[in-house]
Design a protein around this ligand. Structure first.
Ligand code: UD1
Ligand code: CA
Length: 511
């Protein structure tokens, strides 16, 4: 029956014929990566390796029947995937894959079957796990392992089929032998153990204590269960995957980059199949959880990261990097746009070179242009900020025009303040809006204004020095220069500065 460890989740229907748990081994350190981060938290396709394995497992069993075995940096690993709702088992000392299952005995022993997955093989699919599980059930086996034929089997455990069974094309297995213990003859075997298994629960826990550490690593190998069960005259079988790539582990950085490339290309293929055009897919970095609507076009060298959602009929132009953002339908993202935790309404146009920092909500049909930086703002429907602006901590209504070079001065050195620009406002170019400040509906702010006080609706605000004009000043300056004199200063009083005063001023400047 179900275990007590499964809090806060509903139990499976009682009419289920057999009760299946999934154990994911994720306690190892990943020594070969030479990293301070645990192996299963390294990212592939934009999310932790372990998260991929859990996602596949959750398509096969409910979260409350999934047990992740953690050990090295256990709390970090737990925190990274806690949101998935799975259970955790702590393997304080990592004494091998067999030991991982020993430690999980209490959590798993109530189940009829236990499917075991390697937490470091992120390309495994739910379909393959189901095939393994179905085959295991159909064979009525004590242990079923998923195997694969590799051109270069180096480093993997090799599958030793039962001689007679092998000749007859049968499925029975005698043992698994690890690379370090394999004879020269065994090393030639190309059929490898993938690290994915299905066990009959009672058979596993009746015999697991027969594992020993008499091997080159001094560890309890789960792989030895094949020989243990075989000796106990229990049925051990193997099923080969058609796609060997699916079971590849990420033991080295080189393996990880290969898996990453494979996963991302598969992601592109999935999007292409869903009606998205991606030019030069191998230049794009699209994370696993990204969604894109049909007839959207992704140009070369685009990155779509995290939980980004792109609508239909969009065009995402080259060199744009979009993270955890939601983009509506018919949006154009022009080249070089950077966007994080933001939203674009339908039909919006942003870029080239816009920087949308977290909390930017750009309304339907709004425009954000080149060298415009936004942060925590709402830009209303059809509003435009087309050139060279900083808009932070601002609520901007519909149909607003923000002139080139406008800046919301949101920070006083200690606190951030809000700027409110109501609908229909026109902000002239090069204006500074010193927050907190409110510009009322329909008002105008004259170009180059420094606005420090609220502007009432429908008013015109001028916050700049009045222009003065000195007729003939430039001509007189030219003429003076021709006479070997220098005309200095910009205002009328200074026009009559004599040579002596001028020399004195120059001397002071040099001091
Ligand atoms: C293992 C298999 C090998 C197989 C290969 C497939 C054993 C002894 N060998 O080797 O036959 O071909 O996988 O990829 O099982 N782990 C724990 N606790 C531990 C040790 C490991 O949870 O004490 C976890 C690791 O975090 C990892 C998984 O088990 O996710 C596999 O361990 P790893 O050390 O990578 O085994 P391999 O050497 O790859
Ligand atoms: Ca491995």
């Amino acid at each position: 029956m179900a275990k007590a460890a499964k809090a806060n989740t509903k139990s499976s229907p009682s009419n289920q014929p057999s009760h299946v748990a999934i154990a994911i081994m994720a306690a190892g350190k990943g020594t070969r990566l030479k990293s301070k981060h645990p192996k299963v938290l390294h990212e592939i396709g934009g999310k932790p390796i372990l998260a991929h394995v859990i996602a596949a497992a959750k398509k096969v069993a409910p979260a409350h029947d999934i047990f992740v075995i953690i050990g090295h940096e256990a709390e970090r690993v737990r925190a990274a995937v806690a949101g998935t709702g799975v259970n955790f088992v702590l393997q304080e000392e990592q004494r091998g894959t067999g030991h991982a299952l020993m430690v999980a005995r209490e959590a798993l022993s109530g189940y009829d079957h236990v499917i075991v997955l390697s937490g470091d093989a992120p390309l495994i699919t739910a379909e393959t796990i189901k095939k393994l599980s179905d085959f295991h059930g159909a064979q009525n086996a004590a242990m079923t392992l998923l195997s694969a034929d590799l051109d270069n089997p180096y480093g993997y455990g090799r599958v030793l089929r039962k001689g007679a069974a092998e000749r007859a094309g049968g499925v029975e297995v005698q043992a698994i032998v690890e690379e370090k213990s394999a004879t020269a003859q065994q090393k030639k075997i190309r059929e490898i153990n993938s690290g994915f298994y299905a066990f009959a629960g009672p058979a596993l826990y009746e015999h697991i204590d027969q594992l020993s550490t008499a091997n080159p690593h001094g560890e309890y190998y789960l792989t030895d269960m094949a020989a243990v069960l075989h000796r106990a005259r229990k049925k051990v079988v193997a099923i080969k995957t058609a796609d060997a790539g699916e079971v590849m582990g990420s033991n080295t950085r080189a393996e990880m980059t290969m898996l990453d490339a494979r996963l991302r290309l598969a992601k592109c293929r999935e999007l292409l199949d869903a009606g998205v055009t991606i030019f030069f897919p191998h230049t794009c970095v699209i994370d696993s959880d990204v969604e894109v609507g049909a007839d959207s076009v992704i140009e070369p060298f685009v990155q779509l990261l995290g939980h980004t959602k792109i609508g239909a009929d969009c065009r995402i132009r080259s060199y744009s990097v979009i993270g955890n953002s939601v983009v509506g339908d018919r949006v154009t993202v022009r080249p070089g746009t950077i966007m994080e935790d933001s939203r674009l309404g339908a039909g919006a146009v942003v870029g080239p070179y816009s920087h949308l920092r977290p909390g930017s909500e750009i309304g339907e049909g709004a425009h954000v242009g080149n060298f415009v930086e936004t942060k925590k703002i709402k830009l209303g429907k059809g509003s435009k900020a087309n050139h060279l602006s900083y808009l932070g901590d601002a609520e901007i209504g519909d149909g607003v025009n923000i002139g080139a070079g406008t800046i919301t001065c949101n920070f006083d050195g200690v606190n951030k303040h809000q700027t409110v620009i109501e609908g229909g406002v026109f902000i002239g170019s090069d204006s500074t809006l010193v927050a907190p400040v409110r510009i009322g509906r329909g008002a105008y702010v004259a170009a180059a204004s420094c606005i420090t006080e609220n502007v009432p609706a429908d008013a015109l605000a001028l916050g700049r020095a009045r222009q003065s004009v000195k007729e003939g000043w430039a001509r007189r300056k030219r003429e003076a220069r021709e006479d070997g004199k220098e005309l200095t200063g910009l205002n009328a009083q200074e026009e009559s500065v004599d040579e002596k005063q001028f020399a004195e001023r120059k001397r002071k400047i040099r001091l």
